[in-house]
Design a protein around this ligand. Sequence first.
Ligand code: C2E
Ligand code: MG
Ligand code: MG
Ligand code: MG
Length: 280
Amino acid sequence: EAKGRGPNNHVLFEPEMQAKVSRRAKLEGELRRAIDKGSIGAFYQPLVDLRSGDVCGFEALARWKNEDGEFVPPNVFIPLAEESGLITPLFQQLLREACEAARSWPEDMGLSFNLSPVQMEDRMLPTRVIGILDEVGFPPERLELEITENALVSDPDLAAHIMDSLSSRGVQIALDDFGTGYSNFSQLARFRFDKIKIDKSFVAACGTDERQEKVIQAMLGLSRSLHAKTTVEGIEDHRQLAHFVSQGCDLGQGYLLGRPMPAEDVVTYLSDRRQVLATG
Ligand code: C2E
Ligand code: MG
Ligand code: MG
Ligand code: MG
C-alpha cells in the first residue's frame, strides 16, 4: 500500500512521534506524583462589580510547577488530567484548598471554580461538591461553578440534572467562555445559568469593529433576557473597561482589574484596595 514511499519514510516520522509520546508519558507521571503529593495549588483572580468598583469574589485558577521548576499552563495539564482519569482527584484537592482559603475572606466574597467538561458526565459530582463544602464549612451560596458550552454537549440530560441538583443546594452556575464553544442556541434554553462570562476573545475587538460590537451587544442582551448576570473576561486596558461599563455589563475580570495571585496575597490586596478607594 505504501506506494512511492520507502520503508525509510516510517523511520522519518517515528522518532518524532515517539518523542511526543514519551514527553506526554513523563508529564503524566509527574502530574500523578504532583497530585499524590498535593503540590498543585491555585491562584485567585478578582471579579469586580463594574457599577460599584467593588471586588465581589475571586476565580480559582490551577497552578502547577513541575519537577523541573517550570509552570505548566492549565491549558496543558487540565486536558492531560482529563485524559488520564486524574481530573476528579485533582478537582477534589483544589476545591477543598480553595474553599479553605476563601473561608478567611470577607463574607461577601464569592469563590468561582472551573469544572472540566468530563466532570459533567459524573453523576456523583453534586455529592462530591456538597461533601467538600460540608467538610470545610463553606456556604454553597458563596460557591460558583464555571462550565463551558462544551460541557453541555456529550450528555445534555445528565448535565441539566447535575446543574439542577447543584442549584437546588444553592451553588451558583456560570457559563464560561461564552461564544467560543459549541453554541447550540436550541440547547441553551434548557440550562439555567446565574451568570454568563463573555470570552476574552471578544474584548480585544470592542470599540474598533462595528460588526463584532453588534455580536457583543446581542450576547449581553441574551444574557439579560435569561436573567443571568454578565461578566466580561480579559479586560486589559481602560478603553475596554469604559466600554463594558457603558454597555451595562455587571462584572469584569482581567489584568487591569487584578492579576491571578497566590492565596496569601488576597487579604492584603483587599485591604490595599479598600484604602485606595477610601482615600479617593
Ligand atoms: P478560564 O476559566 O476562562 O480562566 C481565565 C483565563 O484567562 C486564566 O488563564 C486567566 O489567567 C486568564 N486571564 C485573566 N485575565 C486576563 C487578561 O486580562 N488577559 C489575558 N490574556 N488573560 C487573562 P489560565 O489561568 O491560564 O487558565 C486557562 C484555563 O484553564 C481556564 O480558563 C480554565 O478553562 C482552565 N482552568 C484553570 N484552572 C482550572 C481548574 O482548576 N479546573 C479546570 N477544570 N480548569 C481550569
Ligand atoms: Mg473560568
Ligand atoms: Mg473563561
Ligand atoms: Mg478560557
